[in-house]
Design a protein around this ligand. Structure first.
Ligand SMILES: NC(=O)c1ccc[n+]([C@@H]2O[C@H](COP(=O)([O-])OP(=O)(O)OC[C@H]3O[C@@H](n4cnc5c(N)ncnc54)[C@H](OP(=O)(O)O)[C@@H]3O)[C@@H](O)[C@H]2O)c1
Length: 297
């Protein structure tokens, strides 16, 4: 089983399961928990450190044959976050089962995805593109081709704060009203506010952002349903069926991954890389079974 962790490291990543599973914690998973408590990454949600997990069938998705567990492990948490952002906060309708994807383009309502090369941003772009929306995204120039390959119509460099607002306004014909802020720090929400059209709208954030960044724009709402919404409201479970269909048709790509050696022993190094902003356009993955000594405990 493979594990990918969100950069905040607060909660356990949901492990991909092939269908309705499983039974009980194995001896191995208890061992993994015990080992972890004595190593320096105790903040990790230990509920995720197990080889098998129990899940309700409607809250799972089938992994297509062409995808390995390592790649699939990047999907559940980041995708559930996008369900909260796109389908709940921005009120984009979930494409009905059996739709021909992508849905016909609707260029009237452009959506900005701030942080298009991040894990959450990459999934937001794909969901919006498949739902027929025009997508404008921000990313470093080295990731522009990657972000376009996910379905973004226009990509702008966010690092020049003078220019980025003007470029977004141009790309959205001055009528930006919907934003997924997949970064929600380092001025991202503040800059997105400046790019809005005259009628305001909604910014969905992945972190809590203070309303003061709106600088008096009462016509703009900052909201954040988060991944939890998937489990709170059964109507969002349809998003898993949409995901399954899009994956099966190879219309939805998991994040590019980098598998770190030595399983859980590398988690600390991975977080240090994350904190130093040394991760770009890739998801770090740890194979639990690669952890030295785990099988002997
Ligand atoms: N992943 C999850 O499951 C998850 C779930 C809930 C919440 N979150 C939260 O979402 C945020 C992003 O997490 P993640 O896992 O998606 O991150 P990530 O993939 O590790 O983010 C790295 C990417 O962020 C981009 N980036 C960094 N600063 C940026 C900025 N100021 N503006 C635009 N892009 C920027 C970089 O783009 P360039 O290299 O192109 O510059 C890089 O590709 C974190 O705060 C995390 O806590 C994540």
């Amino acid at each position: 089983m493979a594990l990918s962790l969100p950069s905040h490291g607060r909660m356990g990543a949901m492990l991909p399961v092939r269908s309705l599973l499983l039974v009980k914690m194995s001896k191995t998973s208890k061992s993994a928990t015990a080992s972890l408590l004595s190593c320096p990454v105790r903040l990790l949600g230990i509920r995720a450190i197990r080889e098998f997990s129990i899940a309700n069938a409607p809250q799972t998705f089938k992994i297509p044959k062409y995808l390995g567990y390592e790649e699939a492990s990047s999907i559940p948490l980041a995708y559930s976050t996008v369900v909260g952002s796109v389908f709940s906060d921005l009120k984009v309708p979930i494409p009905p089962a059996g739709s021909s994807l992508p849905l016909p383009p609707n260029n009237e309502v452009p959506v900005l995805v701030w942080g298009g090369s991040s894990s959450v941003g990459a999934y937001a772009i794909q969901v919006l593109h498949l739902s027929g929306y025009k997508v404008v995204a921000t990313a470093s120039p080295s990731n522009h081709e990657y972000v376009k390959s996910l379905g973004a119509d226009i990509v702008v460099d966010y690092r020049d704060e003078e220019k980025v607002v003007e470029e977004i306004k141009k790309a959205t014909d001055g009528k930006l009203s919907l934003v997924v802020d997949a970064i929600s720090e380092n001025h991202s929400t503040e800059l997105a506010v400046k790019a809005f059209g005259p009628d305001g709208g909604i910014i969905s954030t992945v972190l809590s952002v203070d309303d003061s960044v709106k600088k008096g724009r009462t016509d703009i709402s900052i909201v954040s349903s988060g991944a939890r919404i998937v489990y709170q409201n059964p109507k969002y479970l349809d998003a898993f069926r949409f995901l399954e269909e899009a994956l099966e048709a190879k219309l939805f790509k998991p994040n590019p991954i980098e598998v770190l050696p030595q399983g859980l022993l590398s988690v600390h190094d991975g977080w240090n890389r994350q904190r130093a902003h040394k991760i770009s356009g890739v998801k770090l993955v740890y194979r639990i079974a690669d952890t030295p000594g785990l099988a002997d405990v």
